[in-house]
Design a protein around this ligand. Structure first.
Ligand SMILES: [Ca+2]
Ligand SMILES: [Ca+2]
Length: 310
């Protein structure tokens, strides 16, 4: 399996949590019938499947959350009471159930006010000095307002309704909108000078790096990374020191979507939301060709297994 294919598989790994197990099962299936000679092609494919399975397992380790919302039905994303789980693992933050966050055709639609929602990471992330963690999202703004508000953040504990960290803002700007950042409450939002366009999907990566000492962690926002494997080969849309007077969080446990203040908040479509500690797993989203490739390998494995048992 070439390096190129493995690199192209990396974005998929967060999605296909069942794929490695399926493939390993296929490869490791015990033989109940007398062994017969394999053809050269079967030997080659067996090696490919083993390599493929091991490679996926190896690069799978650092994804902490992924949701493409594709299997959800249109309607409410979360439940309608505090901490009530709706679709997937999404639950309501606090008790604000008005205008529930909606799923529309495999993506999340955020309005300008009402319910906020959260989902737990599969494994919390510790923010230590020198470490960086990443939040990825494909975001389309359909409207924004002059004052701006935030719509994406994390929390240090699951379901936390008090500490909202690493807040991503958006406000209108002549010709479109701009993104902004605020590490916690009590600061002046640091906005990017770059104006982006409405009704255009952008693949975002929020990079948050811990720095020893209080109120000094750093933030960078990447938009449509040209190198989705190596962070340093990309130029951030903007960077920021820590903004806010609230304490830095040492742990990332929940990922949150927020509908803010009606007079200030943007209208946003969010898809392919991910959290992890490796830039390459967060910067891109699975491509249909990769899904098809994995499906093809799986079917091939089943076919070979069936032949062996015949
Ligand atoms: Ca989707
Ligand atoms: Ca710090």
């Amino acid at each position: 399996m070439s390096v190129e294919i493995l690199e192209r598989l990396q974005p998929f790994v967060g999605v296909g949590r069942t794929a490695p197990a399926l493939l390993i099962t296929i490869v490791a299936k015990p033989r109940n019938k007398p062994r017969r000679n394999k053809s050269s092609m079967e030997k080659l494919l067996s090696v490919a499947l083993v390599t493929f399975s091991v490679s996926i397992t190896a690069v799978h380790a650092t994804i902490n959350f992924y949701d493409n919302f594709n299997t959800y039905v249109n309607g409410n994303l979360a439940g309608l009471t505090a901490n009530a789980v709706g679709q997937g693992t999404w639950a309501e933050t606090g008790v604000a159930a008005a205008t529930p966050v909606q799923v529309v055709n495999g993506a999340v639609v955020l309005g300008t006010s009402g319910q906020d929602v959260y989902a737990p990471l599969t494994t919390p992330i510790s923010i230590t000095a020198g470490s960086t963690f990443y939040i990825g999202a494909t975001v389309t703004l359909t409207a924004a307002q002059a004052t701006g508000d935030y719509f994406l953040h994390f929390t240090p504990t699951v379901g936390d309704s008090a500490v909202f960290a690493e807040r991503l803002f958006a406000k209108s700007s002549p010709g479109g909108f701009v993104f902004g950042y605020d590490g916690s409450s009590g600061g002046t939002v640091n906005y990017s000078p770059t104006v982006l366009s409405f009704n255009t999907p952008y693949r975002l990566v929020l990079a948050y790096t811990g720095v020893a000492g209080p109120i000094n962690d750093t933030f960078a926002l990447y938009v449509n990374s040209t190198d989705t494997s190596v962070e340093l080969n990309n130029t951030p849309l903007f960077t920021s020191g820590y903004v806010g007077t609230g304490a830095e969080s040492a742990t990332v446990a929940g990922i949150n979507l927020r509908q803010g203040t009606a007079a200030n908040a943007p209208s946003v479509i969010v898809d392919d939301l991910s959290v992890g500690t490796t830039f390459g797993e967060i910067a891109s989203v699975p491509e249909p060709s990769i899904v098809a490739l994995v499906g093809g390998f799986s079917l091939l494995g089943l076919f070979m297994s069936a032949r062996r048992q015949s």
